[in-house]
Design a protein around this ligand. Structure first.
Ligand code: PPS
Length: 339
């Protein structure tokens, strides 16, 4: 057991729990660690980056896009980055794959020790921005430090894994989504990526979600930590469903929060540039062919799967909907309501 700078105790998953996870997620070779309090379930190498992230020196011009997985983080990253850097769609870096412009802060916990692809998606930018950096010290973490201001950064970690001063130092855009759609999107993710290769049923996957046993751990707690901070002037909460329903209205709210002062035409540029169809065109850049299960890609789509809200009504059985409704009533009882 190790104690992290955040005060969490990290317990490596062993024994029967590890055996079950290994059987159901055979692609995942890095092992798991659970942090207490909270029960956050993370990749075992997280322990190597945890303290560096906790002590990360945020700047007042940074914007951190934070969410649990599959909430629409990538969409929001692209909206925020484009609003801040390229509202006229003329920034030379706009063509870079998003993780090179908006580093995924804790992604080093998933990094391959010997990448199968050469170059890996971030390695060229890493070499350029961190010429003296050692990739073994975490390319994503170093990129997060090295990208030019104004930095836009991404994390799926919860507030409690960062220093309590986070919101005093920087702005956070927090993205939330209906858990019934998250579970379907995350299931696809776990089938698509060879690194996960989940081989169980929808029912089994929903059970993992309800028991807080998927990577990143309890969604309800992640949400609760953010929800309890709502009203803080440096925190802006956006729902995936609201982005889908009226992206221009949400961009106007973001514009007010970020202080970008964009015109209607510039916001329309941003909305179009980050539309599902435009972003989907970069699917093959986001995920190289060596890291995905090709037959899943062909049958069910890629990283940008379908970009809809409410599809759970077609995909979840009445029994699963009932279970998830009970989970929402019990765990998400802090005033949030899902659309
Ligand atoms: S990740 O891997 O956790 O960072 O995924 P994340 O980006 O949070 O969420 C992925 C889902 O968001 C959808 N998506 C979009 N929807 C609408 N418009 C745009 N531009 C867009 N970009 C990504 C993506 O397709 C995933 O949802 P599903 O339901 O699987 O399609």
């Amino acid at each position: 057991m190790a104690t992290l700078a955040s005060g969490h105790t990290a317990k490596v998953i062993e024994g029967s729990e590890k055996a079950k996870l290994t059987e159901d997620f055979p692609g995942f070779k890095k092992g798991w660690v659970r942090l207490f309090p909270g029960g956050w379930l993370l990749s075992r190498p997280f322990c190597k980056v945890a303290d560096k992230l906790y002590n990360f020196e945020f700047r007042k011009d940074d914007v951190l896009v934070m969410s649990w997985p599959k909430c629409g983080t990538t969409w929001t990253q692209e909206l925020v980055w484009t609003m801040r850097n390229s509202p006229n769609l003329d920034h030379p870096d706009a063509g870079l794959v998003i993780m090179n412009r908006v580093p995924f802060m804790e992604a080093d916990m998933f990094a391959e020790e010997s990448p199968k692809e050469d170059p890996s998606p971030v390695s060229e930018t890493f070499k350029k921005l961190c010429p003296n950096g050692d990739p073994r010290d975490g390319m994503n973490y170093q990129l997060a430090q090295a990208i030019p201001d104004p930095r836009t950064l991404k994390t799926h970690l919860a507030f409690s894994l960062f220093a309590p001063s986070l919101l005093e130092k920087t702005k956070v855009v927090y993205v939330a989504r209906n858990p019934k759609d998250i579970v379907l999107s995350f299931l696809h993710h776990h089938k698509l990526f060879k690194e996960m290769s989940f081989n169980g049923s929808l029912e089994a996957f929903v059970e993992y979600f309800l028991q807080d046993d998927l990577l990143y751990g309890p969604y309800w707690l992640h949400l609760r930590e953010a929800w309890q901070k709502r009203g803080h002037p440096n925190l802006h909460i956006v729902f995936y469903e609201d982005l889908k329903a009226d992206v221009m209205r949400e961009l106007k709210r973001l514009d007010d929060f970020l202080g970008t002062g964009l015109s209607h035409d510039q916001l329309a540029n941003v909305a179009k540039h980050a539309s599902f169809d435009e972003m989907k065109a970069s699917d093959s850049l986001m995920i190289g062919k060596y890291v995905i299960n090709q037959e899943v890609l062909e049958k069910d789509g890629g990283f940008f799967r379908q970009g809809k809200s409410g599809d759970w009504k077609n995909k979840l059985t009445p029994d699963l909907i009932d279970k998830m409704d009970q989970w929402i009533a019990q765990k998400c009882d802090f005033g949030i309501s899902f659309k």
